[in-house]
Design a protein around this ligand. Structure first.
Ligand SMILES: [Zn+2]
Length: 814
């Protein structure tokens, strides 16, 4: 799963993410509770469902035939999770005949007394007739259930225009038991078949294969879906709506994309790499894609980022991108890779408990690095790895959490920067330590040994130990069952007379824990380098190397894989050598970052970097600098605008020119305003705005109809800056309709600045209502950070408008 807000993906919010307070709840009684793996009394075997939907009531009428067997010990009872349902009938099946059973139902669990004692492994089938009422589920003592309806009716009565009517489900963690009685634990697995009766105008999607479709006399159609391989209840999925299905394939298996009809033209642009991804992961893992087909569907108002339901991944609307957005790069590509990788790590082998979620999410997170490295080269893989590392490091509170966590306040809490981003970097270190061949052989071993079953972190360790012949307890104890990361200071001493260099690595983290780290050190003379492999294992380690010529650079962690925070006391001359000769993305990024901080002219070298995002990085750093760029840098940027193929780097080159305010660049802006890339067009329009505001205002209105990303930001800024009272409806509706996102948060200041200029107080109040509505939509855990910023922005409005508005705001914020 990819969580909205909590986890970074494209449209999702780096600032909100960094601000994620991760405060510990005041009630800490959860620290005393060990979260054991769910006991297995009965095991699911097969789930057969017959469902139809009541759109008016947002109910689902269900009939279920659930085949179960006692796990080992004999039992005469069965307890099922069944949240907020009406239970009409419970019976045991005797052949085709039903015999009623006694049961007790408390709104959360259905406790059934069986007709006799069943032996371990003896199958029996219970029949349940029920109504699922997802919007009416009320659970005593738990507020969280409001976000876990399991079954979602989107615009069921068609009352909201511009929004289609859809149904989709979201099971993880334990929400599918809102729409089907089951043992809703990840350590259960069951085959299934679902008969879904829906209005004939809609298509349906579920796990496995669509076996048949039958038209009914009442204008409905019944689709029969069958999944004959076992999977966990949280991975069950149903989707219903008006979708176009775009079909690709992989080795004869269907690979398809369910998108709203007006998105059909872009579907391959967004999802079209999926067959290549399936091949790549199948080859790397040595386990061919294990399921019957692979579908991806986009759901409106989806509560999370994306979810890896077996064979049927659900994405949120941010997946939708038009051709102009795709020109800037597919922002959803790593999410697509992530969810696909779960089909192996998560669905084929499933975490046995939420405490062990690392065996799902860490692997899916790391798959993003693997894909980027394969598809776009080592720099791109390393950049993906770096982003994950910096996201984890930006949240100091997460250094206190173990990767495998047997204690948590809520099971949703394990879906965090530790299970994903930190875990992904732990895998990166592991791969570097054991080597590529052993790494992928070990993953194959884990998947093969545990297929269609469950795994925990120890199974993964054992799989690696079996392949490598190494005792890896130290690695798992340090990174999986322990918390934190090293914080190090690296110093260098050279003794030219003796021909000796010393590297001193000191671990300065304020815990008792001292990390053991295998480290590569490269010693450079010009382009020539010599590699040394050492172990860091003490609070202070000193490594001595002999040399004949004074080294130009000693590059510690030469593979740039270690998850740590470091103060690396290299000289400026060292960094110049590093940029020139050390080969990796991080080598060059670190050097460019140093040049930028020290305001060194070498930063301009970055404009010639072979990797587009690093050219963009250098351009952005030059644009941020308080120093005016010199003529040669501007000349290079001007040339880049013409020849740069990476659109984001091209936009960054324009932005650097914009900073000069020099009218000489006007023709460049005018030539690029119509660029297919929103980033380039946005940069060009900003350039024009500074020099020809009236012209830019007219163009902003013209482009507003087709503006997203940076162009939307530029359009909004220009219209807000130059707009009049007459633009209120236009500006307010753009703000109001913008999706909950980082961009919207950043636009708040400008929007409030505009409200301060509006004289019609009714309009001002309307605008304030929109800001408050936005505030209320922000998840509770971010409010500590966002509320003060929103208050500050609103103060601008009250300061300009006086008492009536001040009181209005105060009352609204109560
Ligand atoms: Zn995931």
């Amino acid at each position: 799963m990819k969580k909205l807000f909590v986890l970074a993906a494209a449209a999702i919010s780096p600032v909100l993410l960094m601000a994620q307070p991760g405060q510990e709840p005041k009630d800490t009684s959860w620290k005393k509770i060990y979260r054991a793996t769910a006991p297995k009394i009965n095991d699911l075997v097969h789930t057969k469902l017959d469902v139809r939907f009541d759109y008016d009531k947002a109910w689902m009428y269900g009939k279920e035939w659930l085949t179960v067997k006692p796990h080992f010990y004999a039992t005469d009872s069965l307890t099922l999770d069944a949240k907020g349902m009406d239970i009409k009938e419970v019976a045991i099946m005797k052949g085709a005949a039903k015999s009623p059973l006694k049961y007790n139902y408390d709104g959360m669990q259905l406790r059934i007394t069986l007709d006799k004692t069943y032996k371990g492994g003896e199958n029996y089938t219970v029949y349940i007739d029920y109504i699922s009422k997802p919007n009416e589920v009320k659970v005593k003592g738990s507020a969280a259930i409001n976000d876990a309806k399991g079954l979602y009716f989107i615009n069921p009565k068609g009352e909201e225009k511009d929004k289609p009517t859809q149904i989709w489900t979201q099971g993880e963690t334990e929400a599918n038991s809102v729409w089907m009685p089951t043992i809703d634990k990840p350590n259960q697995k069951t085959t299934d078949e679902i008969y879904m009766t829906v209005p004939a105008k809609y298509v349906t999607l579920s796990n496995g294969l669509l076996v048949s479709q039958k038209k009914n006399a009442d204008g409905t159609r019944t689709d029969y879906w069958k999944m004959d391989l076992p999977h966990s209840p949280y991975l069950f999925f149903m989707g219903v709506g008006d979708y176009k299905i775009i079909k690709d394939s992989y080795k004869g298996k269907e690979v398809s994309y369910y998108v709203e009809p007006d998105q059909a033209a872009y579907a391959r642009g967004v999802f079209g790499l999926t067959p290549e991804m399936i091949k790549f992961y199948s080859d790397k893992l040595g386990v061919d894609y294990p399921w019957q087909k692979y579908n991806q569907i986009v759901g409106r108002d989806y509560v999370s980022g994306a979810m890896e339901n077996t064979t049927s991944t659900l994405h949120q609307e941010s997946a939708y991108q038009n051709f102009r957005q795709l020109t800037d790069g597919n922002s959803w590509e790593t999410v697509i890779a992530h969810e696909l990788f779960h089909q192996w790590f998560g669905d084929y082998v499933t975490t046995e408990s939420w405490s062990n979620i690392t065996v799902n999410e860490t692997m899916a997170d790391y798959s993003q690095t693997l894909w980027m490295e394969y598809k776009y080269g080592k720099d791109a893989g390393d950049e993906e790895n770096y982003q994950g590392m910096s996201q984890y490091l930006s949240s100091p509170n997460d250094a206190k959490k173990d990767l495998v966590r047997f204690r948590y306040a809520d099971k949703e809490d394990v879906f965090d920067l530790v299970s994903y981003q930190k875990g992904g970097r732990v895998q990166h270190m592991l791969r570097n330590f054991v080597g590529d061949d052993a790494y992928f052989k070990s993953l194959n071993n884990y998947l093969t040994n545990n297929k269609f079953k469950n795994g925990e972190a120890h199974q993964m360790r054992l799989a690696f130990e079996e392949v490598t012949g190494k005792d890896l307890n130290w690695f798992w104890n340090q990174w999986y069952f322990g918390s934190g990361h090293p914080i190090v200071k690296i110093d260098y001493n050279y003794d030219d007379a003796a021909g000796k260099a010393m590297v001193i690595i000191e671990q300065t983290q304020k815990t008792d824990k001292v990390f053991k780290l295998p480290i590569a050190i490269d010693i450079y003379n010009g382009a020539a380098k010599k590699r040394y492999n050492v172990w860091v294992e003490n609070k202070i380690d000193t490594f001595t190397f002999n040399y004949t010529a004074h080294p130009d650079l000693i590059n510690v962690d030469a593979d740039k894989v270690i998850l740590w925070q470091k103060t690396d006391n290299k000289t400026a001359a060292n960094f110049i050598q590093q940029y020139k000769y050390a080969p990796l993305f991080m080598d060059r990024r670190e050097a460019l970052d140093y040049f930028s901080k020290k305001k060194m002219k070498e930063l301009a070298e970055g404009l010639k970097d072979k990797y587009g995002p690093l050219r963009e990085f250098a351009l952005n750093k030059l644009a941020e600098s308080s120093e005016a760029p010199d003529a040669s840098v501007l000349k290079a940027a001007e040339e880049l605008v013409v020849k740069e193929k990476n659109k984001k780097a091209k936009a960054a080159a324009i932005n650097l020119l914009v900073k000069t305010g020099d009218a000489a660049y006007l023709p460049i802006y005018k030539a690029n305003i119509g660029d297919s890339s929103y980033s380039v067009a946005g940069a060009a329009l900003s350039g024009l705005a500074a020099l020809e505001p009236a012209n830019a205002y007219a163009l902003a209105k013209k482009y507003s109809r087709d503006s997203k990303g940076d162009l939307a930001t530029a359009v909004d800024a220009i219209i807000i800056e130059n707009g009049t009272e007459a633009d209120f409806d236009f500006i307010a509706s753009r703000f109001d309709k913008a999706p909950l996102s980082q961009a919207k948060f950043e636009s708040l200041d400008g929007f409030c600045g505009f409200l301060a200029k509006v004289s019609n107080l009714d309009n001002v109040k309307k605008g304030i209502d929109m800001v408050v509505k936005f505030r209320d939509a922000i998840p509770e855990s971010f409010r500590g950070f966002t509320d003060p910023a929103i208050k500050t922005a609103l103060k601008k409005v009250s300061a300009a408008k006086g008492k009536e508005i001040e009181e209005y705001i105060a009352q609204k914020l109560k």
